[in-house]
Write a protein that binds this ligand. Structure first.
Ligand SMILES: [Zn+2]
Length: 173
């Protein structure tokens, strides 16, 4: 497995780390904790509702697109505070906009301003999938064309959300 994680780590809340993007997954993982390279997995402990949403979306996504989408920070083990004001409960996650190419991994960053690589139409399709899931409550991304395409009030602006989309799910089990 990528990152050499031998078993699925679980924290004191009983939350599992997101499987580190097995070969046949519809997503790949990126990110780090406090800027330290290779530590992205440490910030991918997810509430069960978040895992449900991710696994449902990745299957739907794989039936319409052969690119993997990038998943970054969720929460660190035991819900401690780290680089974000939020991202402590395992119900918040950052993903990357879809690229026009098939690049994956840490270097596959993509901003909405990067016309050469940013695939707006595919990003809209991906975000619409997330929004179809009843557990998804909030989404932040600053592309106003995406906001319009996803329906009134579903995707909102938030400072710095140009190269990632912030997604929140309900905590209620
Ligand atoms: Zn976020």
């Amino acid at each position: 497995m990528a990152g050499g994680v031998p078993i699925q780590p679980k924290d004191s809340r009983g939350y599992f780390m997101l499987p580190q993007a097995p070969e046949d997954a519809g997503y790949y993982v990126y990110g780090n904790v406090k800027g330290v390279p290779g530590t992205g997995a440490l910030a991918q402990y997810a509430h069960p509702n978040m895992l449900s949403v991710i696994f449902w979306v990745e299957r739907e996504w794989q039936s319409i697109d052969d690119r993997k989408f990038g998943i970054g920070n969720i929460s660190v083990a035991n819900g401690l505070k780290y680089d974000h004001a939020s991202h402590m409960k395992g119900v918040e996650m950052d993903i990357r906009p879809v690229r026009k190419d098939h690049m994956v991994g840490q270097a596959a960053r993509c901003s909405r301003f990067d016309e050469k690589v940013y695939d707006r139409e595919a990003t809209i399709r991906l975000l619409c999938l997330f929004l179809r899931h009843p557990l998804v409550t909030k989404m932040y991304f600053n592309d106003d064309k995406v906001q319009q395409a996803c329906g009134p009030g579903r995707v909102k602006s938030w400072p710095d959300h140009n190269d990632h989309i912030h997604i929140e799910v309900s905590e209620r089990l």
